[in-house]
Ligand binder design. Structure first.
Ligand code: FAD
Length: 197
């Protein structure tokens, strides 16, 4: 995923907060970025633009605004700590990811042991649509590459659940998150049966 270390068309790269993701079009990608990082980005952009209006020179303005932008980022970070995200906000990359994984793992957990040819074809079609339609473009690209190397196993619920678990673990690895134990008992406990009493 391209993070803010590369330059954007609108701001000097040193002004972009960490975690800001640049889309394939070279512009900041909102649905590829967490809402925390996006809010910091918009705060910095405002500061840089205000300074740019005063000086008229965008490079000099960005340099001059850098300390002010750093304060704006720190202030926004502090606000994020105490202000919960409003419920009616559009999803960010994390919320969309959690919802999508929940749907996929749960659907796999309830997929038949012995699916009909029609059920297999529909599952394959659902999975193959993700790299084409998933709104976070970088996530979709990585998933597409991953699926080329590891074609979906739609033979039955156990194979599908494990296949999905492995794809999810590849994203976990990339994001530095812990791997999930892909044994069937752990998958069923998490996505179907719940913990034993
Ligand atoms: P999530 O990773 O969303 O997991 C939700 C729950 O699933 C966890 O609490 C855990 O109980 C369970 N779980 C965790 N791992 C597994 C597993 N391997 N198998 C079964 N269950 C598991 N974000 C990015 O920033 N960059 C990306 O490139 C990116 N690519 C993505 C690609 C896809 C196809 C999807 C669906 C999401 C992607 N995301 C990406 C979002 C990212 O995977 C997370 O959803 C997001 O960071 C929120 O993480 P989380 O810690 O809340 O838990």
């Amino acid at each position: 995923m391209a993070e803010a270390s590369t330059s954007s068309t609108t701001m000097a790269s040193q002004s972009l907060p960490p975690g800001m993701v640049i889309g394939p079009d070279g512009k900041p990608c909102k649905i590829c970025t967490s809402s925390r990082d996006w809010r910091r980005f918009t705060k910095v952009k405002k500061v840089v633009n205000q300074d740019g209006t005063k000086s008229g020179n965008s490079t000099a303005a960005a340099a001059a605004a850098a300390p002010v932008a750093a304060v704006a980022v720190a202030t926004q970070a502090a606000q994020d700590e105490i202000t919960p995200r409003p419920e009616n906000c559009p999803p960010d990359v994390e919320q969309l990811g959690r919802a999508t994984w929940t749907f996929l793992h749960t659907t796999a957990a309830y997929y038949p042991e012995k699916p009909t040819p029609n059920q297999r074809a529909n599952m394959l079609s659902l999975l193959r649509s993700l790299p084409v339609l998933y709104p976070c473009s970088w996530c979709a690209t990585h998933l597409g590459e991953n699926m080329k190397a590891n074609p979906p196993d739609v033979s039955g619920r156990l194979g599908l659940s494990r296949w999905l678990c492995e794809r999810h673990n590849e994203v976990n690895d990339r994001l530095g998150k812990p791997r999930f134990d892909c044994s069937w008992s752990k998958l069923d406990e998490r996505w179907k049966d719940g913990p034993a009493d």
